[in-house]
Design a protein around this ligand. Structure first.
Ligand SMILES: Cc1cc2nc3c(=O)[nH]c(=O)nc-3n(C[C@H](O)[C@H](O)[C@H](O)COP(=O)(O)O)c2cc1C
Length: 319
């Protein structure tokens, strides 16, 4: 009885490191407020930046969550250090805690730490060096093989398989899971970088990973201890009015905001010592300019069909 009361109340005296002081909360609140501003590049001091005020914070308990979320930046340089044991399992638990459509859990992770395999995979993913450097590379797969096997086991026709909806569901679930893993990793002080280039050569990557039919990589995720002294800045995002429509989508002219964002990104790149080829809008337009700019991913539909995730023939509705 005494023990359960103690558990409910918690220890009588908190260790000093656990004590939350008014000063600590105030500091954290100021930090989170300035992270909000930084996310939109206001810290860069750009005169063209929108200077909408930082909104009031929802509540104090959420401060550490917002601190982790708003501090995000991709990390592409890693220290030559292995991750503490248990890290992978905690990250997977975080990933599996994400919502999942109809609780179907139509995704899988292939975790790679073997240097030779990372090297081979890096070659299939646009030869990005940080994949080799990261001690852990996770490949998130849309996985309809498990559901297909369950369907057969239950003696069901599985007619729903092969529709775009099912692939989209699996890819969305994998994405939500991955982002949970990213937040968990960042909460542990680790750095991460997604790798969409895992879709550049889907058949070759599936063969390298030993994926069966109905399993395809949707992206990779490099995870490791950030290389000391290589901390990148927070990359500003588009101003909120550009992405946030209230009640209905409004076709407003956003040319001025986009030009402002181009200036903010220029300040960001200058501060990082980077020399981008053109403005953000120019780069974005180039990213979709030609079929070649999709870097092999224009053939994704065919790859999904050959991997059994999408039917080759358009299907008539049955209802
Ligand atoms: C699905 C996805 C795929 C990505 N693929 C790559 C990639 O192949 N290589 C890379 O260097 N960064 C990749 N990124 C990272 C983005 O470039 C990065 O998130 C974006 O520039 C914003 O920067 P930040 O994450 O530092 O805020 C990817 C991000 C996402 C969400």
């Amino acid at each position: 009885m005494a023990v359960s009361r103690q558990l409910r109340r918690g220890p009588r005296v908190r260790p000093a490191s656990d004590r939350i002081t008014h000063k600590g909360i105030k500091r954290l609140r100021e930090q989170v407020r300035s992270l909000f501003a930084e996310r939109y590049g206001r810290a860069a001091g750009d005169p063209g930046a929108t200077t909408a005020p930082v909104p009031p914070l929802p509540n104090l308990a959420s401060l550490p969550i917002f601190q982790t979320l708003l501090t995000h930046r991709s990390v592409r340089r890693f220290a030559a250090r292995q991750l503490p044991s248990g890290t992978l399992e905690w990250l997977v638990a975080a990933a599996q805690s994400a919502s999942t459509s109809s609780n179907l859990q139509t995704w899988s992770i292939v975790a790679i730490s073997d240097p030779a395999r990372k090297d081979a995979i890096s070659r299939l993913c646009a030869d990005q060096a940080f994949i080799r450097e990261a001690p852990l590379f996770l490949i998130f797969c849309a996985d309809l093989a498990r559901l297909s096997a369950i369907s057969a086991q239950e003696g069901q026709p599985g007619e729903g398989l092969g529709y775009l909806e099912m692939f989209l569901m699996a890819a969305l679930d994998a994405t939500l899971a991955a982002q949970n893993a990213v937040i968990a990793a960042e909460g542990l002080g680790l750095g991460t970088c997604y790798v969409g280039a895992a879709r550049n050569k889907p058949r070759e990557l599936a063969a390298e990973l030993g994926c069966p039919e109905r399993v395809v990589a949707v992206f990779g995720l490099a995870i490791g201890v950030p290389l000391p002294g290589q901390r990148t800045a927070i990359k500003p995002r588009l101003p909120q009015p550009v992405v946030l429509h209230r009640e209905q989508w409004r076709p407003e002219d956003r040319t001025a905001e986009l030009a402002g964002y181009d200036r903010i990104m220029r300040v960001f790149y200058d501060a990082q010592g980077m020399k981008p080829d053109g403005t953000w809008t120019q780069q974005s337009a180039r990213r979709i300019a030609t079929v070649a700019s999709l870097r092999g991913r224009h053939a994704l539909r065919e790859a999904l069909q050959s991997r059994g995730l999408l039917s080759a023939e358009p299907r008539a509705g049955t209802a």
